[in-house]
Ligand binder design. Sequence first.
Ligand code: 13P
Ligand code: SF4
Length: 352
Amino acid sequence: MSDAECHARIRAARGRLGSKAVLLCHHYQRADVYQYADLTGDSLKLARLAAATDAEYIVFCGVHFMAEVADILSGPGQTAILPDLAAGCSMADMANLARVERCWRELGEVLNAEERVTPVTYINSAADLKAFCGRHGGITCTSSNARAITEWAFGQREKILFFPDQHLGRWTGHGMGIPFDEMPVWDADLECGGLAPEQIRKARLLLWKGHCSVHQMFQPAHIEKFRAEHPEGLVISHPECCFEVCARSDHVGSTERIVQVIKEAPPNTRWLVGTELNLVNRLAQDVKGEGKIVQFMSPIVCMCSTMQRIDPPHLAWTLENLADGCVVNRIAVPEHEAEPARLTLERMLAVS
Ligand code: 13P
Ligand code: SF4
């Protein structure tokens, strides 16, 4: 199938579906898919949109955990669909239920975890981890509400177990004035996370040893080079970047926030952006008419390879099947997981 034929088939199937389907697209989606988005956003905005839509089919152009959230927050007559089931998130895979439950048991050997620790999962996690948080008085957060959610979590209990992104947790904790020695890293490959009992007792924020393979590519040296060449330039990064990158940035925010800050910036400004390449390329095009220059932070191409899997052929196949009344690639979270996971998402929406 040629590209032209593929796009003609997407348009025809989309037309046949009409308002029965809504296409939700994350900012990292490739341009040849993003053009079909009905609605776009960061994880928090997309969760709200999924909860608000009344479309029968929610076609999620994003990654697996986002489609799970759409399924959990949508109504009983609605179906969430991920055009390619291989579109996962490598960071989400860095924590799993068996390891988090083991961590909880090991914490329980040192202190009363149920009474003293609130589990907080980044939305980049499987539904069973959100369910774990729901069962243990915890909550879900995203990159745009991590501070408010962390404050809520400390309002419940004195300590937090934050998974799976150590960088978002560390940046958020630092912003709240928590010293580094009270934010130790829990390495699930080691017994008791590799921590001594006194480190656990002293900890306020236990950071799971997980990270994003895309955002780890951005380094302080990239910012230093940019600042030397363009002293007037501004730097904006996603909080999945390491602490040293966030600390050297002028702004740190979610994908939606990055888009908003640069779109609202004065004309003729120059920006270095530490987040995924599809977003940066699109933004650079969108604002170049105002004389704004938007540069990608890394000299090495780093895209989210799992987001990339949602491509025009998968979209055409999905939409044609739906238009013919055949549901493919449905993401359905079993109710015993969906119920406690929904609790953490509803708490999150209420707090943010
Ligand atoms: P946002 O919620 O900021 O869109 O982040 C999602 C994500 O996976 C970034 O890597
Ligand atoms: Fe996951 Fe990183 Fe891709 Fe975001 S950019 S979806 S955190 S792998």
